[in-house]
Design a binder for this molecule. Structure first.
Ligand code: TXA
Ligand code: MG
Length: 330
């Protein structure tokens, strides 16, 4: 199967719609990362997502809908705080987990009685979702465990010949996956950190928890237990305070003929002053937006990426650090 990359227009949207209705997969851009979409009602199509990605069968998928879709068709027991958060942040990079009405394929939630739903704000994503007018189950459009894709070329690199179509919407602006928020309890609880931060949620509804699995407990967001976001080369992570150690390793690696790059934000780049740099930028938004792009650039240039964590560790950096530490886990 040849994989086509098409810019989003009336013609490509029609092709995408026919593919989805036919049970095929279509990759599409969102404001966070590219998604690999299938008709959430079609059991066969949903299962083929797991096959194309090599995704573990117990890692549930997020269902994406357009902004005028009635979520109460799919989920139950939407608490008041979730309604308030929806008004504030949707469409946008916030996924909410509710009790499922079991209308979509059981393969979407991998047997859980909950369903994760998301209304992306990306214009092309909205056009695609509106055109198909179906709930679309979609994980990030990478091969399982690899770095998530933020360009159509990244998707092509991972899934060429495995899917028929990639809708091209340019580089994703957000850069890290949506915040996953459990809305089944009395208080919203973040299962995966992202661009909508704990501070932002608490400011609107007064309270927000961040889920941390206890030793031996079954994780509430199954995706968290897997190695993720990893580049194909070796990686090593240092804290901001360990800049000198990172530089030592860089110099030693060069001496030993190892192709090495340092991945860090602009502040660290100025301090560390080395030639082979993957600079993530200055602001927390820039750092998030560039993270996966630079990790993918790095894996094609280097035998070793030495990552140095930014000094700032709150807000959006919680999500960035979560991805970076998983990328650098051996
Ligand atoms: O930004 C995003 O969320 C992107 C774009 C494509 O929308 N999607 C994405 O999907 O990151 P994926 O499959 O890579 O990650 C989905 C995460 C996983 O950590 C999974 O465990 C969690 O959402 N999840 C899905 N359904 C869940 C549920 N019912 N309960 C708890 N966690 C759930
Ligand atoms: Mg993913």
């Amino acid at each position: 199967m040849q994989t086509k990359i098409l810019n989003i227009d009336e013609n490509s949207l029609n092709i995408a719609k026919n593919l989805i209705k036919n049970g095929d997969l279509v990759a599409f851009p969102t404001e966070t990362v590219y998604g690999l979409g299938a008709n959430a009602f079609n059991d066969y199509a949903v299962k083929s997502i797991f096959k194309a990605k090599g995704r573990p069968a117990d890692n549930p998928l997020i269902v994406h809908v357009h902004k005028d879709y009635d979520l109460s068709l799919l989920v139950d027991e939407i608490p008041d705080y979730a309604k308030i958060l929806s008004k504030e942040f949707l469409p946008g990079p916030l996924t909410m987990v509710f009790k499922s009405k079991n209308k979509v394929s059981p393969a979407v939630s991998c047997g859980l009685n909950t369903l994760a739903v998301r209304i992306p704000s990306h214009k092309g994503a909205q056009e695609f979702l509106k055109c198909v007018n179906l709930p679309i189950a979609a994980p990030s459009a990478n091969v399982s465990k690899h770095v998530s894709p933020v360009t159509a070329e990244h998707v092509f690199y991972d899934l060429n010949e495995k899917i028929p179509l990639i809708l091209n919407g340019g580089k994703c602006q957000g850069g890290i996956e949506s915040t996953v928020l459990d809305c089944t309890g009395n208080v919203p609880c973040i299962l995966r950190s992202g661009l909508i931060t704990c501070e932002m949620i608490a400011k609107i509804v007064g309270n927000c928890l961040i889920y941390k699995p206890k030793e031996g407990e079954q994780v509430r967001s199954p995706g968290m237990k897997y190695k993720h976001y990893s580049p194909k080369c070796k990686t090593e992570l240092f804290t901001y305070e360990e800049i000198e150690k990172a530089k030592e390793l860089y110099l030693k690696s060069i001496e030993n003929g190892i192709k090495v790059y340092i991945l860090c934000d602009d502040e660290c780049a100025n301090l560390i002053n080395v030639e082979n740099l993957l600079n993530l930028g200055k602001t927390e938004e820039e750092i998030a937006a560039n993270l996966y792009d630079k990790l993918r650039e790095g894996e094609n240039l280097a035998d070793l990426i030495i990552a140095v964590a930014p000094k700032k560790q709150d807000g959006v950096m919680v999500g960035v650090m979560n991805r970076l530490s998983k990328a650098c886990k051996s």
